[in-house]
Write a protein that binds this ligand. Structure first.
Ligand code: SF4
Ligand code: SF4
Ligand code: FES
Length: 430
């Protein structure tokens, strides 16, 4: 139905809203402060591509792509039900697991719509197994690099990148799970720098990257500051939490334990980065088992345990279980504890191959090299497990590493109920 000037009423989650007949549902929802996520949807590609399904809503009890729903009299749409929120989150999780999405290693990090949706939806570890597709990176085009293993096959580039003569530059090749986006090298070479840059911008993820160009530095990227579903000033005002001043003299000291499992110790370095805040913190907490105190075994029950790193060995599992037994509240700190992060890159290969590559096939290994093996050494697990797959975790502090001030505020919130707000941009893995 073409868009007309006729004003009509439709119903979003039981609430009547006014819009123009024929208007796209995503636009109507946006104008009325309802956030429907979208990935393949692109303003001027009409009809909408409808390839990603992250915009799924329900019309008359049936799932449908929100970007393909057109406003007409009497339309009733379900958008924000718990079922649909979870459904859309599952789609985003699937997209993450279908590709090799390791954000800290990706040029598009901070400007990527898929990553922003992951944050927006509170995705931690996807519920589906990673598939780690083996798709070749194509360096042959003149202007761009194609990191095909991150392509979500949204079709934006295929439908919207053309040369001045109107020839397409990208096309789908193969079928089923072998499908990938191929480049017509001859046509791609005719693109200007600006056109190639636009192709990179059109791609909602980090597949099309411009050669000899990098994204902005952290802090200046598209999603560094603004939540993807921007809140109205009124909503922001409602959420504003007054910071409370804590008088240390009135507070009985709480006890904190920390440990680094399979991580790089970066989260602990971040805790030390609290600088002078650390002095404030030790007015109100004392540390028990922790590398900070060098206390190796718990000497008392603790209020909070902060865990850095995931579990890559039987020793990590034993230590983590001991923390669960000994702490009232357990917090996964940083990406390695939350999703395995870089240590989990070995998860796609058998453990024997990991050991062989690490000890026997590195450039520094000589003919005397051995894979260490002794009954006193920790046994390496088949894969690296995030902490919540081993014990119950109560809270998560994302980041790689999370900032010291962020950890400080979370600890204060948990122990002292101070209600400090942690800004959106702090919840980043990249
Ligand atoms: S930034 Fe986006 S494209 Fe890059 S790895 Fe993360 S989710 Fe994938
Ligand atoms: S290369 Fe990018 S724009 Fe093209 S289909 Fe893949 S994800 Fe979409
Ligand atoms: S945004 Fe609707 S299907 Fe992709």
């Amino acid at each position: 139905m073409p868009k007309t000037e006729k004003e009509i009423e439709i119903v979003l989650d039981g609430k009547k809203v006014t819009c123009r007949e024929g208007e796209n549902l995503l636009k109507v929802a946006q104008a009325n402060g309802v956030f429907i996520p979208a990935l393949c949807y692109f303003d001027h590609v009409d009809p909408p591509l409808g390839t990603c399904r992250v915009c799924t809503v329900k019309v008359k009890g049936k799932y449908t792509a929100g970007c393909q729903v057109i406003a007409k009299e009497g339309l009733e749409v379900e958008v924000m039900t718990p079922e649909l929120l979870d459904h859309r989150k599952a789609v985003v999780e699937m997209l993450f697991t279908e590709g090799n999405h390791i954000c800290p290693l990706c040029e598009k990090s901070g400007k990527c719509v898929l990553q922003a949706l992951g944050y927006e939806m509170g995705m931690e570890t996807p519920r589906f197994p990673y598939t780690f597709p083996n798709r070749e990176i194509d360096y042959k085009p003149k202007h761009i690099i194609m990191e095909n293993h991150r392509c979500i096959q949204c079709k934006r580039c295929v439908e919207d990148v053309f040369t001045d003569e109107g020839r397409p530059v990208f096309y789908f090749q193969q079928r089923g799970k072998e499908t990938f986006v191929a480049v017509d090298y001859e046509q791609e070479a005719k693109l200007s720098y600006e056109q190639a840059y636009r192709a990179m911008e059109i791609c909602p993820v980090g597949t099309i990257l411009l050669k000899e160009d990098t994204m902005e530095a952290p802090g200046f990227r598209k999603y560094d500051k603004v939540p993807i579903s921007e809140k109205s000033p009124e909503e922001e005002a409602k959420q504003e939490v007054k910071q409370q001043v804590v008088n240390p003299a009135e507070v009985k000291k709480k006890v904190v334990a920390t440990v680094s499992l399979s991580g790089c110790f970066g989260c602990h370095m971040s805790m030390l980065d609290m600088d002078l805040d650390l002095l404030d913190l030790i007015e109100v907490v004392s540390f028990n088992r922790s590398p900070f105190t060098d206390i190796k075994d718990f000497t008392q029950r603790c209020d909070v345990g902060l865990i850095e790193g995931g579990c890559c060995s039987d020793e990590n599992v034993e230590v983590l279980r001991k923390f669960r037994e000994s702490c009232d509240i357990l917090v996964s700190v940083g990406a390695c504890a939350i999703n395995g992060n870089l240590p989990a890159l070995r998860n796609w290969m058998p453990v024997e191959q990991t050991l062989r590559e690490a000890y026997l096939e590195t450039p520094t290994a000589d003919s005397t090299a051995l894979i260490p093996h002794h009954e006193d050494l920790p046994k390496i697990l088949d894969k690296v497990y995030p902490c919540h797959e081993v014990v119950k975790i109560d809270y998560y502090i994302p980041g790689c590493p999370p900032g010291g001030d962020h950890i400080y505020k979370v600890v204060q919130n948990l122990l002292l109920g101070t209600n400090y707000e942690v800004p959106y941009e702090k919840f980043k893995y990249d």
